[in-house]
Write a protein that binds this ligand. Sequence first.
Ligand SMILES: Cc1ncc(COP(=O)(O)O)c(C=O)c1O
Length: 416
Amino acid sequence: MPGGVNSPVRAFQSVGGTPLFIKKGKGAEITDEDGNTYIDYCQSWGPLILGHANQKIEQKVIQTIQQGTSFGAPTQLENELAELIVSNHNYIEKIRFVSSGTEAAMSAIRLARGITGKDKVIKFEGCYHGHVDSLLVSAGSGLATFGEASSAGIPQSYVKDTLVLPLNDQEALKKCVAQFKDQIACIAIEPIPANNGLLIQGKEFLQFLRDLCDQTGILLLFDEVISGFRVGFQGAAGYYDIQPDLIAFGKIIGGGFPVGAYASSAKNMAHVAPEGPVYQAGTLSGNPVAMAGGIAQLSQCLAPNFYEDLHEKTKALVDPILAHAKANNYPFFMYHIGSIFWTTYLTDNILSAASQIRKESSTYFKKMHRYLLENGIYVAPSAFEVGFISHTHTRSQIERTAQVFKGGLDFVFKEA
Ligand SMILES: Cc1ncc(COP(=O)(O)O)c(C=O)c1O
């Protein structure tokens, strides 16, 4: 396997050292092949909102597997999960399941192009939408709006239809839309950008996008692969109460199994085959095992106070660490939205654009990452990745983590 892994960030390249090879997980903890146990704040990069090996998921999935794993034909489980999601989400009317967030974003973009008959897509520097050709484009160095492929192997013909703008910059958007108005199919954004640090947008920026789209006929696509069912059952759309035209969902729907989805109004979804001309298909889409995982996970997320509890737990982690940093004047900042948190260095404020992240932050993070690992805390191996709290993190695990983090700050700033 290239780099020994099946997804690049797992290789620990940005923090150095050897990646942990994980043998098992239970609740908030994971155990590696060497028998070391860690409190896990990666949670498979977000989807495990109920922690590892949740019993209800396990039972439902095992029962389902015993009836067969895939039929390539409609099943009741797909309908149950679709009903569970749509009837508890005010911002969508119809949904199509796929198998990953990448597929969801790719399909939502195709749908936007199919509905509008236009080709160009606006995306933002600092947002990630999976490894879709036309979305692996970052801001170019010259003309602000024309991007550059951020991977080899992407044809220039795809790049030319992707316009890349800074987050939280109304002027840049106005200019870009004025220039390309009749060619733009959609504006794609992670409404809570969580792939290049946690770049929280004010509601006014998201509302500005909504208004601009209303005025121009451009469709607004919220990529809620991270925020969906995470900051609340209705994701960022519900959190900010902003109605996007299209939503892409991802991994959290599957409870640890490969699921993504895209969703919209019934009218927009009528463009998708077989109802309409926008083709999109998948042999394992909506397979019963993944649907069972999703039903078992999302039905537990609907429990009263589920999201409030997660928020409180996350606050209980962030507050003491931040207080320690402040008391010692360490150039460190930590913040959260719901149960998503992020740590960064050389700043004392919530950031809202990729350009605000200080490059040297990675050097501090690398030291901290090593310290945390050595003290039984696992966070994603990159300064730009966020952390996640699951329902199963206990108060004592959180307290212990806060203690270790404080020691880590002392280590990074005093002793190193
Ligand atoms: C916002 C966002 N969109 C899309 C994706 C791609 O999802 P996947 O890795 O399941 O293809 C990710 C992955 O983390 C993501 O965070």
